[in-house]
Ligand binder design. Sequence first.
Ligand SMILES: Cc1cc2nc3c(=O)[nH]c(=O)nc-3n(C[C@H](O)[C@H](O)[C@H](O)COP(=O)(O)OP(=O)(O)OC[C@H]3O[C@@H](n4cnc5c(N)ncnc54)[C@H](O)[C@@H]3O)c2cc1C
Length: 372
Amino acid sequence: MYDVVVVGGNLAGTSSAISASLRGLKVALIEKNKQPFMPAHCGEAIHTDILEYFNLNNLDYTKNPINEVIINVGSKQYDIKLKKPLQMIIDRNFIENEFLKRAEEKGVKLILGNGMKDFNKPNEIILADNTRIKGKIIIDSTGIACQVGKRIGLANILRPQDVGVGIQSRVQGNFKIDAMKLWFHKPYGPMGYAWVFPLNKNLANIGIGIMGGQKIDMKELLDRYIKYELKSDYKILSTFRACVPVAAPLKKIYKDNVMITGDAARLTNSLTAGGIRYALLSGSFSGIVASKYINEEIDNLGLYQMKLEKVIKSLTKVYNKKRKMEIEKNLIKGYSRLFSTFYTLNKIAPNICINYLLKTIKKDWRILDSLS
Ligand SMILES: Cc1cc2nc3c(=O)[nH]c(=O)nc-3n(C[C@H](O)[C@H](O)[C@H](O)COP(=O)(O)OP(=O)(O)OC[C@H]3O[C@@H](n4cnc5c(N)ncnc54)[C@H](O)[C@@H]3O)c2cc1C
């Protein structure tokens, strides 16, 4: 019997496993794939504070700071030049593998290429090869599938509009290395947005993410967008499709001996579909709560919900905004207002603006600091 069995071995799952094993727990991590997808199924844009918090700054891999954001929305273009980078485009594969390595070094039993087939309440995981594994605590980090959460009645079926449908190509070409481009709504990101995220001056992730339920040939649209951005001098190296929840977070992210983390708990910003920071935050925090429970400092997992309630509330607020923006004219109005305000504030007081944003995002980690 393990103290903790984590199901799902990407960023939420590995950070859960590392956090629990760092605190002396006996942990198994189950991942259905043998290794993370290459390239990662992600735009790979993350806030700069994440690298600092997870000791990822001094390692040698692609981390490209963004100083300029060029946004198209409605008939307007906003060119926002930041005093300091708020985001970086990183090699997510490196971080995924680094976290798997850290987990293994901490003694986590890695079970890769053998996913969960079923769950026997209260604590038994049945794997694809019929092996059975038990944990005193189960952590569901299975992404949008929310495999355990669904089986214990915590996750309902998502509305099509609450699924962000994405397609992205890794493209070779010439890019302005420190500038990301975002194109909201039509023609390239209908009810969503298109992006160019440079990894270096010759390589970028170019993608489109839109609200589900629309009948659109996404590959054709992406090819058109790439052609628009790069004219003729480019080469598409690879393309993938993937989904992300753009829904309200689950109302309850734990039940009995189970905690739900990351995309499985629908902890994403439903206007941007960004979820990496919440995957890492909830993953790391679930490991802390697990250790407190196993060490009998607490007698239930309610602390997990309680401490993340602020994050849940703020993401629910974003989701409520997104619901209003499901009507086309509200969507354009909403994004236009957001970016014109950002543009103006940044123009008037660039230092105050960026320092405020950097300070605000850093507050998230207080949840971890308060208990670790
Ligand atoms: C196109 C696209 C672009 C994105 N770009 C960004 C971005 O630039 N920045 C950002 O912050 N966010 C981005 N996101 C969102 C971000 O990728 C997710 O929020 C993040 O990956 C969530 O991490 P996770 O570990 O919770 O889930 P996932 O990354 O989905 O990991 C879930 C893991 O569980 C495994 N699994 C599933 N079922 C089972 C099973 N039965 N048994 C065992 N294992 C299982 C899967 O194989 C997977 O490894 C993007 C999403 C998409 C779709």
